[in-house]
Ligand binder design. Sequence first.
Ligand SMILES: C[S@@+](CC[C@H](N)C(=O)[O-])C[C@H]1O[C@@H](n2cnc3c(N)ncnc32)[C@H](O)[C@@H]1O
Ligand code: SF4
Length: 332
Amino acid sequence: MTTLDRRARPLRDLRISVTDRCNFRCVYCMPKEVFGRDYAFLARRELLTFEEIERVARAAVALGAAKLRITGGEPLVRRDVEQLVAMLAPLGADLTLTTNGALLRAKAEALAAAGLRRITVSLDSLADPTFRAMNDVDVGVETVLDGIEAARAAGLPVKVNCVVKRGVNEGELLPLARYFRETGDTLRFIEYMDVGATNGWRLDDVVPAAEIVSILEREFGLEALDPQYPGEVAKRYRYRDGGGEVGVIASVTQPFCGACTRARLSADGKLYTCLFAVAGHDLRPLVRGGATAAEVVKALAAIWSKRTDRYSEIRTAETPIARKVEMSYIGG
Ligand SMILES: C[S@@+](CC[C@H](N)C(=O)[O-])C[C@H]1O[C@@H](n2cnc3c(N)ncnc32)[C@H](O)[C@@H]1O
Ligand code: SF4
């Protein structure tokens, strides 16, 4: 069954945040000044249980979702997250997880054994001082590289995400590209986005994807690749000399709302139909209150069919206008 939204976009991709907590304090996501000791994170009873998450995911798959991504906050800080992987794997969707990699060495094998198909690891710099400054909790690059190696050893294909912030890590593009060309992992550079209300985002902090591509092009020579499926967010390139591929995600400078097929489930069960939404649809009463599977599908279809979001296409330098939800809460 396929349900289209008001702009004829199907639901293809559900991102599931399993926690709003994180062991990092990335400056562009959970700045320490805001997410410090007194921050009011969700209480345990507020979080959806794995069974409740599975019910929503099952409904999304019934509506045509082909991709499920477990995220957060940092998903690997949620206890026994591999049990959730084992519960979602039989739904048959492409099942993946995004992590900062700090706990990946300890978890990689269990995740792969539970049925995870692939993994995305975020890494913003190979230079230790820059990386420590960006995660702001003094975790070194080696820890993440070691986690990536453990994932590979467990048989998980790895993608690496790097958020580029002007004046902070733009000098890291070439070292990262060189490194991951060698390992064969796919690298994606992401434009710094104005998610949430706490990172003090300014348009000037964004390094446009076109600039990133021209830096890579000058050094290595690139050839654009065709999208693998409609709505693919990364623009992909092949290194001319055959050294694998690299991509950019130009969510700010070249918005892709027109092809956006993504919904996000927050850790406490609110469904958001846009990363930049100010409010979600609370599914927790339904999945906690004994609704049938058909009722959950119906509720999800009703939300999706009313969807009109296209924030990135109408963003201006003056945004944020309203207080948007944080990426660590909604799931990146
Ligand atoms: C919110 S995180 C959650 C998963 C995990 N903690 C991690 O960092 O991979 C998901 C992705 O969002 C990215 N992200 C966070 N804040 C961002 C921002 N302001 N602009 C662009 N990407 C951002 C992160 O770098 C990460 O790759
Ligand atoms: S980007 Fe990921 S690792 Fe960094 S603070 Fe946000 S949730 Fe944590």
